[in-house]
Design a protein around this ligand. Structure first.
Ligand SMILES: Cc1cc2nc3c(=O)[nH]c(=O)nc-3n(C[C@H](O)[C@H](O)[C@H](O)COP(=O)(O)OP(=O)(O)OC[C@H]3O[C@@H](n4cnc5c(N)ncnc54)[C@H](O)[C@@H]3O)c2cc1C
Length: 452
């Protein structure tokens, strides 16, 4: 008889790992919702609008029902900070890329990366190489296409606790107990730490270590018509789009500067509540409040269209959108509230803000010859938004190894329980975490297959 694996959460990591293990184990996947919908109400968050914009999703595919499919690697320094040995990670990154792109498409993206580096990497900036495949994928569907095989039993319900040898799942008023030889927590960077804290009796403790790469619009610039920044900001290929973020490091933290097309130099479209309005409307398109906001800021709508249609990348005006690195802190994370909703704080600290400001100054100085005019949102008024890469919150529940041995993923105090999702990442620089999580998913599946 095959051993039993229970995977909790059918998002990016849960979908991949469940399909990778399906032929070697009897796999049960626990997902809290039958419907694919934004997940708004599992945490409270006084720091910004975490629960009013799509920030995470439920249903088969989890948050990948809404994600942009933007793929980017952590650099070697980030990997070391995350407790991952860079050389050993290479084959797993290769697998992760080929999960999304075929070899010739990938080669074309890498060519664009080389060209971008040659064009702008001469001074302080390095290029953050972001690839957006033209086809967006829900990970549950993609993983099942790539790795068909034995049946995965899907159980709908909310996993409440992992105990030694079982998972307790609440389905309405019923509580099911699903026996398991191995349990994999993939409930996402906010839900997994809550599940682990409850499983370990830490109902009212503080779970530190949360980090993201919060983002803010910080300036508008007018570029010279021939500026190289236009080409590197968006290269459209048949299979994907390649975007270069100009990345600077100040006081040990990275800031990536991305250029977004703008209509003119007015700051109204990038300040105030409507600055992300088109992406906000995706989750509730009929919200009167949001439609009013939209009508009140037609400049923001125009710029969103210039960006979505790519037309604006040929223009002259651009907004600067920054992503700032955060590192795990003892004071940033999730306050458990017993049976109540946990409370997340993801604040940008004054030291982080200073670092981001100095990096933006470095960008403006380095590319002064390309920039005809700039208008900066005053320091101290940059309005950050959570970028939904909820990371680092399994920090206290796993060993801090220096490579991805089984102990990297194993939950201390719960035998045969492992974590693979955003919470396992102790560092991510300014990278979107999905590609790295897929790579780590392959690694964990390999460890587990050795136990089948
Ligand atoms: C709008 C948006 C765009 C994004 N775009 C990108 C992008 O382009 N590139 C990128 O790399 N990342 C992107 N992200 C971040 C992305 O969410 C993560 O990379 C990825 O989804 C994280 O995967 P995960 O497995 O950690 O969690 P998720 O995909 O969030 O999956 C968690 C799953 O667990 C389920 N669950 C939670 N709690 C329980 C429980 N107690 N019991 C049972 N089930 C439970 C949830 O319902 C969900 O299905 C984006 C996020 C958002 C919100």
């Amino acid at each position: 008889m095959k051993k039993r694996v229970v995977v909790i959460g059918a998002g990016l990591c849960g979908s991949l790992v469940a399909t990778l293990l399906r032929n070697d184990f009897e796999v049960t996947l626990v997902e809290q919702s039958k419907k694919q919908k934004p997940l708004f109400d599992d945490v409270d968050c006084p720091t910004g609008d975490l629960n009013t914009s799509i920030n995470r999703g439920e249903g088969l595919g989890g948050t990948t029902n809404y994600w942009h499919n933007a793929l980017i690697e952590l650099d070697d320094n980030d990997l070391v900070k995350a407790g991952i040995e860079p050389k050993g990670m290479r084959p797993y990154y290769d697998k992760a890329w080929s999960f999304f792109l075929n070899a010739s498409d990938l080669a074309e993206c890498n060519k664009a990366w080389e060209a971008n580096k040659a064009s702008v990497e001469h001074g302080g900036a390095t290029v953050a190489h972001m690839v957006l495949p033209q086809t967006r994928h829900n990970l549950w569907k993609l993983a099942n296409q790539k790795y068909p095989g034995d049946q995965i039993v899907v159980v709908y319900g909310h996993a409440e606790k992992i105990t030694d040898g079982a998972v307790e799942v609440k389905d309405g008023k019923r509580t099911l107990r699903i026996e398991a030889d191995y349990v994999i927590a993939s409930a996402g960077g906010l839900a997994t730490p809550v599940l682990l804290a409850r499983s370990l009796g830490q109902e009212t403790g503080f779970v530190p270590g949360y980090h993201d790469h919060p983002m803010a619009y910080v300036a508008k610039i007018k570029l010279k018509p021939e500026s190289r920044l236009k080409q590197v900001s968006c290269t459209t290929l048949l299979s994907a789009e390649v975007r270069a973020g100009l990345t600077y490091e100040t006081a040990g933290l990275k800031t990536a500067v991305y250029l977004r097309p703008a209509a003119d130099m007015r700051l109204g479209s990038i300040t105030g509540p409507a600055r992300y309005i088109l992406s906000d409307l995706r989750n509730d398109p009929f919200s009167p409040k949001k439609i009013m906001m939209l009508l009140g800021n037609l400049e923001a709508v125009r710029e969103a269209i210039l960006f979505k249609t790519r037309l604006g990348f040929r223009g002259t005006y651009f907004s600067l959108l920054i992503l700032g690195e955060q590192t795990p802190l003892q004071t940033r994370g999730i306050q458990m509230k017993g049976a109540g909703k946990p409370l997340l704080n993801w604040e940008v600290t004054p030291a982080e803000l200073r670092s981001y400001e100095q990096s933006v100054d470095k960008f403006l100085a380095e590319f002064a010859d390309d920039i005809l005019e700039s208008k900066i949102v005053p320091h101290g008024t940059w309005a950050f938004r959570n970028a939904a890469h909820h990371s680092g919150t399994a920090n206290q529940f796993v060993e801090h190894t220096t490579d991805t041995t089984p102990a990297f993923f194993a939950v201390k105090g719960i035998p045969n329980a492992y974590v693979i999702d955003g919470s396992i990442l102790r560092a991510a620089g300014i990278a979107n975490s999905g590609l790295t999580l897929v790579a780590l998913g392959y690694k964990l599946a390999e460890h587990l297959r050795a136990l089948a």
